[in-house]
Design a protein around this ligand. Structure first.
Ligand SMILES: N[C@@H](CCC(=O)N[C@@H](CS)C(=O)NCC(=O)O)C(=O)O
Length: 312
């Protein structure tokens, strides 16, 4: 956790042993921060742009705690960053955004590494915690932080569930998204567009894996649709189950379905921004995964999602 001056702050009593370790770690971190820039430059053979360092240094040093709102650190075309903008927007939280410039290496500046040691966006700063500034990184962790914050503030959260079974299902989808969905698309994009040499087997491997992941989503959504049609279109249910009438003839065939329960939750919303980019690896959601396509369309029409994607 970071306070406004960028130092680690403690909020729980700790044992002498861990206090010692932590002090050591802090000293080490301070040393590291001053040498991280050189270290990165040596390892990556890439110079950090000094304007970038100054810009971020100024931002983090002058960023006086406002006691309200959030700062989202993102990139202008990062699906993981927009994922958090969507959740903030759905939860009606005020936030400002700082966009890093990856070409200038801003994600590797010591100032940003003090916020996210992994040097990736998104990261979120919560300014509302009294005497300390809290920073969170990893999109899944940020989403859960925001849900917990909402629950603490208002006792309920519309894009979460108060049923423990549903909560476990939401978490399964969220973890599946952050560990199995976005990384595979990210790797497929990397090998298709950015890798230094052409490796067709790697491109195939990752695109196949993305297709497999969409197959899992398609099946889950199709099962939800079938259950909804059987329940809501009861007068035709016998005909559907006997295979006499195709499900596509039901008036509930376009009805929105969600991964968990009967409303949109973080389980659904965490996928949206990546669904948006898979055409770049040759996947046509509309033709290949029609339920995923309809599901994405329903989410893209939500005012909070539109606001977040427009950056307003
Ligand atoms: N597991 C991380 C992944 C974050 C990530 O890979 N972010 C990309 C943008 S979508 C990034 O920062 N890339 C910059 C880089 O690779 O240097 C999360 O879910 O937050």
């Amino acid at each position: 956790m970071q306070n406004s001056s960028g130092n680690t702050s403690h909020n729980a009593p700790i044992s002498n042993l861990s206090a010692g370790l932590r002090n050591q770690q802090q000293q080490q971190q301070q040393l590291n921060h001053s040498s991280i820039q050189n270290q990165y430059e040596q390892e990556t053979n890439q110079k950090l742009d000094s304007d970038s360092v100054t810009r971020l240094k100024q931002f983090f040093q002058n960023d006086s705690p406002t006691n309200e709102g959030y700062t989202l650190i993102s990139h202008r075309s990062a699906p993981n960053g927009f994922k958090i903008a969507i959740i903030l927007s759905e939860l009606n939280y005020n936030f400002s955004t700082i966009l890093l410039d990856f070409n200038k290496g801003e994600q590797r500046t010591p100032e940003f590494l003090a916020i996210n040691p992994n040097g990736r966006v998104p990261a979120l700063i919560d300014h509302s915690c009294q005497d300390q500034q809290v920073s969170i990184w990893e999109s899944g962790a940020i989403i859960l932080y925001l849900v917990n914050k909402k629950l603490k503030e208002e006792g309920s959260c519309l894009i979460w569930s108060d049923n423990i079974i549903e909560q476990s299902q939401i978490l399964s989808w969220l973890f599946f998204q952050t560990s199995g969905h976005s990384p595979m698309i990210g790797q497929a994009l990397h090998f298709k567009y950015f890798h230094s040499t052409s490796v067709p087997s790697a491109i195939d491997r990752y695109i196949d894996e993305v297709r497999r992941v969409y197959g899992v989503l398609e099946m889950a959504l199709a099962e939800r649709r079938e259950a909804i049609i059987m329940e809501m279109d009861a007068e035709n249910a016998a005909s559907y189950s006997a295979g006499l009438t195709p499900l596509s003839e039901s008036r509930y065939f376009e009805y929105p379905v969600w991964l968990v329960g009967d409303k949109v939750t973080i389980a659904d919303l965490c996928f949206v921004t990546w669904n948006y980019v898979v055409d770049r690896i040759g996947i046509d959601l509309k033709a290949e995964f029609p339920e995923v396509y309809k599901w994405t369309k329903h989410m893209m029409r939500r005012p909070a999602v539109i606001r977040a994607l427009k950056g307003s």
